[in-house]
Design a protein around this ligand. Structure first.
Ligand SMILES: NC(=O)c1ccc[n+]([C@@H]2O[C@H](COP(=O)([O-])OP(=O)(O)OC[C@H]3O[C@@H](n4cnc5c(N)ncnc54)[C@H](OP(=O)(O)O)[C@@H]3O)[C@@H](O)[C@H]2O)c1
Length: 301
C-alpha cells in the first residue's frame, strides 16, 4: 500500500474502500475481504447509515488498530460547535473506536464554521488524527482556510478522468490539502469505463481500465512545479501583479529558515517545508489568493 503524508504528518493510505450505499450485509462481506486484500483505509459517513456494520466488521479483524485508517463524515444537520462534538461521539460509538483517523465535513451547508472549530478542538484533544472537508468548491475551501486555525488535511471531491478537478487539485496542493477522489470510477458510468483512450492505455499496459484510472489518481499527487515563462513574468510585473510568495523566485522565504508545522496550522511567518508535498502558504498569502483568483468570482474584491 502506498501512503501520502497529510499536512500534520499523519500518513494516509492512497487507496481505500468506500462503503457508500452498502447494506450492513454488504459491509460485513466487503470490509474483511478488502482488509485481507491489503486495504487499510475504509471510508464511511454518518449519512451512509452503516457505521455500526463497519464497527462490527472492524471488531472481528485481526488487523491492529494502528494500521487501520478510518474516515467518517459529519452530516450538515449536525453542524454547529456543540452538535459536532456530539455527532463525533455518536460516530465513534457506532464504529466501536475511541479515536478516528479522519473526520470530514460532508457538505458545506449551515454552520460549518462552528463545526470546523469543534473539529479543531477535537483534533487538539486527540479524538481525531486529521480533519478535512468534502464537496468544498474553491471559494468555500479558500474562505475556510483564510478564516480558521487549521488548514483542512483533505478535500474529498468527485474526481475521475471526466471530472479531473485540475483547479481544485492545484489550489488544494498549494495550501497543503490533499484532494481525495470520491467516485473515482465515475460510479461505473459506461461512457468512462468504455472510453476509447482509456481502453487503449489499459490494453497497452495489460491492465483493466479501472486499474488505469486508480493508478492515474494515485500518481497525481506528484508535486508539479511550473516555471513561469520570462515573457509572462515581464507582462505580469508590468501590470503590477504580485505573485503569491511560494511562486516567487525566492519561494517567499526572505532568508528565513522554514519551520515545522503542527496539525496543518497556518505558520505564523513565512511558508515552511511542512509535511506535505507542497509547502502551505501563510494566512496573508491565502488572503491574497482570495483577491487574485479569477475563479472566485463571489469573493473577488
Ligand atoms: N464525499 C462524498 O460526498 C461522496 C460521494 C460519493 C462517494 N463517496 C465515497 O467514494 C466511494 C466510491 O464512490 P462510488 O461508490 O460512488 O463510486 P465509484 O467507486 O466511482 O464507482 C463504484 C461503481 O463502479 C463500478 N465498478 C467498480 N469496480 C469496477 C470494475 N473493476 N469494473 C467495472 N465497474 C466497476 C461498480 O458498479 P456496479 O455496482 O454496477 O458493479 C460500482 O458500484 C464511496 O463508497 C464513498 O466512500 C463520497
Amino acid at each position: 500500500m502506498e501512503y501520502i503524508r497529510l499536512n500534520n504528518g499523519v500518513e494516509m493510505p492512497k487507496l481505500g474502500l468506500g462503503v457508500f450505499q452498502m447494506t450492513d450485509e454488504q459491509v460485513a462481506e466487503a470490509v474483511p475481504a478488502a482488509l485481507d486484500a491489503g486495504y487499510r483505509l475504509i471510508d464511511t459517513a454518518s449519512r451512509y447509515y452503516n457505521e455500526k456494520a463497519l464497527g462490527a466488521a472492524l471488531d472481528k479483524t485481526s488487523v491492529p488498530r494502528e494500521e487501520l485508517f478510518i474516515t467518517t463524515k459529519l452530516w450538515f444537520k449536525d453542524h454547529g460547535y456543540e452538535q459536532t462534538k456530539t455527532a463525533l461521539q455518536v460516530s465513534l460509538d457506532n464504529l466501536g473506536l475511541d479515536y478516528l483517523d479522519l473526520y470530514l465535513i460532508h457538505q458545506p451547508f449551515g454552520d460549518y464554521y462552528g463545526a470546523w472549530r469543534a473539529m479543531e478542538d477535537l483534533l487538539d484533544e486527540g479524538k481525531i488524527r486529521a480533519i478535512g472537508v468534502s464537496n468544498f468548491f474553491p471559494d468555500r475551501y479558500l474562505d475556510l482556510v483564510v478564516h480558521n486555525r487549521v488548514v483542512p488535511a483533505v478535500n474529498q471531491r468527485e474526481t475521475h478522468p471526466f471530472n479531473q478537478q485540475i483547479d481544485m487539485h492545484d489550489l488544494a496542493a498549494k495550501h497543503g490539502t490533499i484532494l481525495q477522489a470520491w467516485s473515482p470510477l465515475a460510479q461505473g458510468n459506461p461512457e468512462v469505463l468504455n472510453d476509447p483512450t482509456l481502453t487503449a492505455i489499459a490494453q497497452a499496459h495489460g491492465k483493466t481500465l479501472p486499474q488505469v484510472i486508480l493508478r492515474w489518481l494515485i500518481q497525481r499527487d506528484i508535486p508539479r512545479r511550473r516555471q513561469e515563462h520570462p515573457r509572462a513574468a515581464a507582462a505580469r510585473e508590468h501590470r503590477g501583479v504580485r505573485l503569491p510568495a511560494h511562486r516567487r523566485r525566492d519561494g517567499g522565504h526572505r532568508g528565513t529558515r522554514p519551520r515545522p508545522i503542527e496539525h496543518g496550522v497556518h505558520p505564523p511567518g513565512p511558508p515552511n517545508a511542512g509535511a506535505s508535498t507542497h509547502p502551505p502558504v501563510t494566512r496573508e498569502e491565502a488572503a491574497d489568493d482570495v483577491v487574485s483568483c479569477p475563479q472566485l468570482g463571489s469573493l473577488c474584491i
